[in-house]
Structure formats: C-alpha cells, structure tokens
Write a protein that binds this ligand. Sequence first.
Ligand SMILES: Cc1cc2nc3c(=O)[nH]c(=O)nc-3n(C[C@H](O)[C@H](O)[C@H](O)COP(=O)(O)O)c2cc1C
Length: 215
Amino acid sequence: MSDPPELADLRRPSRDRPLDPEALPREPMEILRLWYGEAREAGLVEPNALVLATVDADGQPSTRAVLMKYLDADGPVFFTNYESRKARDIAGSPRVSALFFWPALERQLQIRGVAERVGKAESLRYFLRRPRESQIGAWVSHQSRVVSSRSLIEAKFDEMKRKFAAGDVPLPSFWGGYRVRPVEVELWQGRAHRLHDRFLYTRDGEGWQFARLAP
Ligand SMILES: Cc1cc2nc3c(=O)[nH]c(=O)nc-3n(C[C@H](O)[C@H](O)[C@H](O)COP(=O)(O)O)c2cc1C
C-alpha cells in the first residue's frame, strides 16, 4: 500500500510557544493540571484522554485510550474493568506509560510509572457519580472478551436494567479505578524548526529532579 502522496509533505508551522523552565511547577502533576485546564479552555475534544500502554507476559505492549477522571499529586485516576486486557497486563506488570497528547496545543505529556488499583471506597465514590445507564453498562460488559454478537450485549443490558430496576445500582466487584503513580514525567512543547522544548521530571525521594532534554 502506498502512502497518500501528501503525507510526507504534511507539516504545519509551529506557533512557537516557548516553555519557560523557570516558570514550570516543580511538581509534575501540577503541570498536568495546568495543561489539562488549558486543553479544556481551548475547547479540545476529550482533553482528559490519555493513551495507556501496558505490557503482557510475553513483553507485547498494548495501547488504548482511557479518560482521566480526577487527578491529585499522586497521579491521574482512570476507571475500567478489572478483568480487561489492560487489567490482566497490569496484574502481571504494573509498569505502565501514559500519554496525554494535545495536538492543537502542540503538546504531549508522558508519564512513566506504576498503575495501582484505588480502594473500593474510592471506586464507589466515583461510580455513584456516573449516570445510571453507565453504571448498568459497567455490569454488562465482559471487557476485552470475544462476544458473538451485539444483540447479546444489548440483551444483557436490558436484563441488568430489569435486575436493578429498584434502588441503587451496586458497584461491580470487577470494576474500578487505577491510579498511575509517576516515576518520570516528560513534557514536550512544539517549537519552530524542530527545536522543541522537552523537560524531564524524575522522582528523587520525596521530590523531583528536573532536566532539559534535547529535542
Ligand atoms: C476517547 C476514549 C476514551 C475511553 N475511555 C475509557 C475509559 O475511561 N475506560 C475504559 O475502560 N475504556 C475506555 N475506552 C475504551 C478503551 O480504549 C479500550 O477499548 C477498552 O478499555 C478495552 O481495553 P483493553 O482490552 O486493552 O483492556 C476509551 C476509548 C476512547 C477512544
């Protein structure tokens, strides 16, 4: 298959927004909070989406988008099915990489770190904030398993709707959050002539080392 002819020539002039290392917070989750806020203010679609990379027992990586549902100094939290491929990968090797990519802002922020389950109470707190249909949806899907037809999934959804018709939808034992605890955080801001700004935060005891990387 040949590339579309314009692909190799596709480029966009950079807006050349400098990233001033003096002005950057020393705490990398603080910059994630700032950059997420700016992506949101810019009206970007899914500004909280991150691409999560995991690795299986054979060393085969997988990537998929998930949504950051909240963030604190310990790292971003996303929610998923604890029996999915990503969950199986994490059980075998908790080391993950998470990439926030905001092309309209010429920015990416990469976290290398460790994924760990949040407590049940914490998952429940978030679960209760989800719309009822999404709560039921969490019960329906055996995420990442082969399913023979869509109609089976829809039938299960109807069955669960009936089952939980009265009262609250309980938190499934196989559903909850993961926090991505950063060990290294890398910032990338696009600049003119490919002279991009890159900075690396590396965990050092309770604090962080900070260095500029060549683009
Ligand atoms: C923009 C976007 C956001 C998504 N957010 C989530 C999410 O927060 N949690 C989740 O489990 N799956 C989410 N998905 C679906 C995942 O990408 C993926 O298909 C699913 O989690 C199964 O992944 P796995 O088989 O690798 O475990 C999202 C997909 C997209 C495109």
